[in-house]
Design a protein around this ligand. Structure first.
Ligand SMILES: Cc1cc2nc3c(=O)[nH]c(=O)nc-3n(C[C@H](O)[C@H](O)[C@H](O)COP(=O)(O)OP(=O)(O)OC[C@H]3O[C@@H](n4cnc5c(N)ncnc54)[C@H](O)[C@@H]3O)c2cc1C
Ligand SMILES: NC(=O)c1ccc[n+]([C@@H]2O[C@H](COP(=O)([O-])OP(=O)(O)OC[C@H]3O[C@@H](n4cnc5c(N)ncnc54)[C@H](OP(=O)(O)O)[C@@H]3O)[C@@H](O)[C@H]2O)c1
Length: 602
């Protein structure tokens, strides 16, 4: 009978004398079989393989053969959600299975909310549900909070839970290269003008889907002699009052910026837009707290906050808000009664805000399906166009010169300032090379259509998990809960990989192909495939929806929250025998003094 060793393996992952590199190599080869991670053919039924016997793995079953090293890229909501899972929610278990580090290119946490500080920046989903699930916030000042308030909450929460303990700030991941025979990623990290190498058994991309901004490619933009700024990199040192200002773009950012600039003394603002955006709000949110404030963004009263300080009251309120948002997903069904009713309502509301001005209504009320582009509540946006200092052109920009913008209708617009609210690099392609199995480049693979396994993984790039990869739940309601579900999905895999002696996993290509094709069928029924140009479709009018999940948030929750489908994955093991995790035939449970050894007798 095998020698029973109750503890071996649990603490025996690392030899402190060995270099990290040597240790990792030794770890994977400990106690058995051929050198290195066995290739897939090692598991086929050839005569040679049948004759291989591996030594007994003399530890209790499911004892990991290696402590995993996990590297997370980014310290925004996604990265900090994962940190909370690893440091708190699953700390005891995960602490035994893995070590982790978070590399963050910026100098602080917050991601989106550290970067986007333009005037008017707010969330467009209710703050009550745009918060970490483990840190509900009774103190929000408004139904939709400002970016500054969100960032304050973010930093407060990170500090309270010590979520930055594993974060290396000002560290940018510059390259990731899969090393097959070690089953790990080799990473190049930039810090302080220098590069160093790190390794990860599992790489988690929490790098954000809207974290890389670029100047738009408009001829002559950089010849402009006035002041220019981008929404995601706002220049606060400049005085925008008494200026002639262009706001290029009318996505959610431009819609929030324009009314704020229009309020400045002496400012003349011209909106340059290629097509209109649905701007409406059906909420009278104050009703949810029993107040009759008609504002679309009411302030919470002290009495509301006092009630919310009771966690049960806050939970009930958040449930009410979340339930409403989830119920409203039907709005996205093309041709549905919900969509028709909402369209009618939105049209009337927009016209009223535009003082029923026929020219403004024609230019600013869309003809395409409601919900096709992101709907924004747009507080004060439409009303701004009725003011004499706000102008609108929907003639294409032909060229920019030192003094202003030429539009296709032959008009020249002299300017002091150009604000580019022109969005982000939404290609999904990481801003650094990611080279997967057999030299497959992710940039190449995704150059036309980014396609993923339910937004979380991609064939040919093993052991790389994504928060908000292609077709994530970014189009409806608050993203935050779905980050939580994605993190739980990753936790499931981390556990399985560590305990079942798994070297690498990657979704099968045919599974992803089928998922994408089926998702496209669902998308045809949804407004996101409507007749608008939007970043959900990679800034196309026609073409696949690449950004949003093909279905509701509830469907996504049921699909991924703590559930994995190993049958969708190609799994490679650390030894030539996938059953090595059975160890010495005992479980740790029965070897632990005092445990009930008849637990299954009902
Ligand atoms: C102005 C604005 C308003 C928004 N409002 C809402 C809203 O109301 N509701 C909603 O649900 N969503 C909203 N979003 C979407 C928002 O991006 C997400 O809700 C959420 O903040 C994303 O979090 P994240 O952690 O995934 O990404 P991010 O917040 O983008 O964080 C990613 C982090 O990764 C870091 N990083 C990237 N590349 C590297 C690298 N190579 N090396 C190291 N670090 C790297 C970045 O510096 C960044 O800190 C908004 C987005 C914007 C731009
Ligand atoms: N909480 C919020 O309210 C909030 C605020 C900001 C951002 N966000 C999130 O961030 C996403 C992105 O919003 P965003 O407004 O920054 O970007 P966006 O929705 O991609 O909008 C970019 C705008 O710039 C225009 N544009 C781009 N390139 C141009 C060019 N070369 N010439 C002329 N116009 C050009 C686009 O016009 P076309 O449409 O014609 O291409 C569009 O109007 C939102 O959908 C949302 O998810 C949320």
């Amino acid at each position: 009978m095998a020698r029973v060793n109750a503890t071996a393996g649990r603490d025996g992952f690392h030899d402190p004398a060995a270099s990290e590199d040597d240790q990792a190599y030794r770890d994977v080869n400990r106690s058995n079989g051929p050198q290195g991670i066995p290739p897939p053919e090692a598991h086929d039924r050839s005569e040679c393989v049948q004759s291989i016997t591996i030594p007994l793995n003399d530890v209790p079953a499911w004892t990991p053969t290696k402590k995993l090293r996990v590297v997370i890229i980014g310290a925004g909501y996604s990265g900090m959600m994962m940190a909370q899972k690893l440091q708190h929610q699953h700390a005891e278990e995960m602490g035994k299975l893995l070590d982790f580090v978070i590399y963050e290119a910026r100098s602080t946490v917050g991601g989106t909310w550290d970067a986007n500080t333009y005037p008017g920046v707010r969330c467009d989903v209710p703050s009550a549900i745009y918060a970490f699930p483990f840190e509900p916030n009774p103190e929000w000042s408004h139904f939709f909070s400002t970016g500054g308030e969100i960032q304050d909450y973010f930093v407060r929460t990170v500090t309270k839970w010590k979520l930055d303990e594993h974060v290396q700030f000002n560290h940018r991941v510059a390259e990731a290269r899969w090393v097959e025979d070690r089953a790990r990623w080799r990473l190049e990290i930039e810090h302080d003008g220098k590069r160093f190498t790190d390794h990860a058994d599992i790489l988690i991309s929490a790098r954000g889907f809207l974290s890389t901004w670029r100047w738009p490619s408009i001829r002559g933009l950089h010849d402009f002699r006035g002041h220019k700024t981008h929404s995601a990199d706002w220049d606060h040192s400049y005085d925008y009052s008494h200026k002639r200002i262009a706001v290029i773009g009318n996505g959610s950012s431009g819609i929030q910026i324009l009314p704020e600039l229009a309020k400045l003394e002496g400012a003349h603002v011209t909106s340059f837009q290629r097509g209109p955006t649905w701007v409406f709000s059906r909420h009278t949110p104050a009703k949810l707290v029993g107040s009759d404030d008609p504002s679309p963004n009411p302030e919470y009263r002290e009495e509301d906050k006092e009630r919310f300080r009771n966690p049960e009251e806050l939970k009930q309120y958040r449930k009410k808000v979340q339930g409403g948002v989830n119920g409203a997903f039907k709005l996205f069904v093309k041709g549905s009664q919900y969509n028709k009713d909402s369209t009618e309502f939105a049209r009337k509301q927009m016209a009223a805000k535009l003082d029923n001005d026929p020219d403004l209504c024609e230019k600013l009320i869309p003809q395409y399906e409601l919900g096709c582009r992101r709907i924004t509540p747009g507080s004060g946006y439409l009303e701004a166009f009725t003011q004499p200092n706000v102008h609108l052109t929907n003639s294409e920009i032909v060229e920019i010169n030192a003094d202003g913008i030429h539009t296709a209708d032959g008009v020249f617009h002299p300017l002091d300032v150009i604000v580019c609210a022109t969005g982000f690099d939404i290609s999904q392609v990481p801003s650094f090379p990611v080279i997967g199995r057999d030299g497959v480049s992710l940039a190449e693979k995704w150059k036309d259509e980014p396609e993923s396994y339910i937004s979380l993984a991609c064939p040919d790039v093993p052991n790389l998990f994504f928060f908000t990869g292609p077709n994530a739940t970014v189009g409806h309601g608050s993203l935050i809960f779905s980050l939580d579900w994605s993190a739980e999905w990753m936790i499931q895999w981390l556990r399985k990989m560590a305990e079942e002696d798994i070297a690498s996993i990657a979704p099968k290509q045919e599974v992803v192909d089928e998922f994408v094709r089926y998702g496209d069928q669902i998308h045809k029924t949804l407004a996101w495939t409507g007749g608008c140009r939007s970043w959900y479709k990679a800034n196309r009018i026609d073409g696949r929806v690449t950004a949003t999940f093909a279905g509701s948030a509830i469907l996504y929750e049921k699909l991924v929250n703590g559930r994995i489908r190993p049958e969708d994955f190609e799994i490679r093991y650390r030894s030539t025998n996938r059953w090595r995790f059975l160890g010495n035939g005992f479980t740790q449970y029965e070897l632990t003094e005092g445990n009930d050894l008849s637990y299954y007798v009902a």
